[in-house]
Design a protein around this ligand. Structure first.
Ligand code: ZN
Length: 257
């Protein structure tokens, strides 16, 4: 028996896909507001024009589509063959004409949507591997894509900031980033704390108790404070506006990608 539209029965998948679609709409809206000339201009990422960012988002959709194909067929389809191949693809994409790049962007998004729509209830639970080598359930591709579209929309430098990203996404992003740091043994003493109205949220810190007391004694906690949006921007390595540190100067966040 063939199963269809199992997304409809799973509230977590429905909510996740809605966040991904909202992010894509946000990215597309910013993209639509940019002139052809502006597309050739710099993004917020070093050495990348806005066209590089758009090409990256398009090829990321195809790469995630390969993971879904892997989940559906059981035949391994890596996101990218190599890091060099991925980079070359982006470089080549950035040289496309504006119209070609735009249709690549639209087509990649539509293909990803239909690939998600064709996932059966069991497909979503299949294990695949990300380019970083992490084993995930196919359902996690939704969050992978969500992060990409929201964060890179800000990178388009089209007037959006992390303040435009929904708090639930910022919070999950911060949790993810801190987990990446800790998995690499980086930033063990960093404690990120929100300031301002509402509930105070904390990310990181507290890792000292996981280690020997000798290590805990040397591990000095550095408290990084800011709004949820500013903390996410800082942790993602984007900007340090609005951030204060318990140390004299605001340290650079460890890499997370
Ligand atoms: Zn990216």
């Amino acid at each position: 028996m063939k199963h269809h539209s199992h997304v409809k029965e799973d509230p977590a998948l429905i909510a996740g896909l809605a966040e991904a679609h909202e992010g894509t709409a946000f990215f597309t809206e910013l993209l639509d507001a940019l002139s052809y000339t502006e597309l050739d201009g710099p993004s917020l990422l070093p050495n990348w024009t806005r066209k590089h960012v758009i090409a990256h988002i398009a090829y990321n959709a195809f790469a995630i589509g390969r993971l879904l194909e892997w989940a559906r067929t059981g035949v391994e389809h890596p996101m990218y063959e190599t890091a060099t191949a991925r980079d070359h693809e982006i470089e080549a994409g950035a040289t496309l004409s504006h119209n070609s790049l735009r249709s690549l962007f639209d087509r990649s998004g539509a293909e990803l949507d239909s690939a998600w729509a064709n996932m059966s209830a069991t497909d979503w639970h299949k294990t695949v591997r990300t380019f970083q080598g992490r084993e995930i359930h196919a359902s996690e591709t939704i969050w992978m894509r969500t992060k990409e579209v929201w964060v890179h929309a800000v990178d388009l430098d089209g007037g959006a900031s992390f303040d435009d990203i929904p708090p639930a996404i910022l919070s999950r992003l911060l949790t993810d980033i801190v987990a990446v740091w800790h998995s690499r043994g980086e930033g063990p003493g960093l404690l990120l704390r929100t300031v301002g109205a509402g509930e105070t949220l904390e990310f990181g810190g507290g890792t000292a108790k996981d280690h020997s007391t000798a290590q805990a004694a040397v591990a000095e906690t550095v408290v990084i404070s800011g709004s949820l949006a500013d903390l996410a921007a800082w942790a993602a390595g984007r900007y340090t506006v609005g951030i204060t540190s318990s140390t004299d100067t605001v340290p650079e966040a460890p890499r997370w990608t």
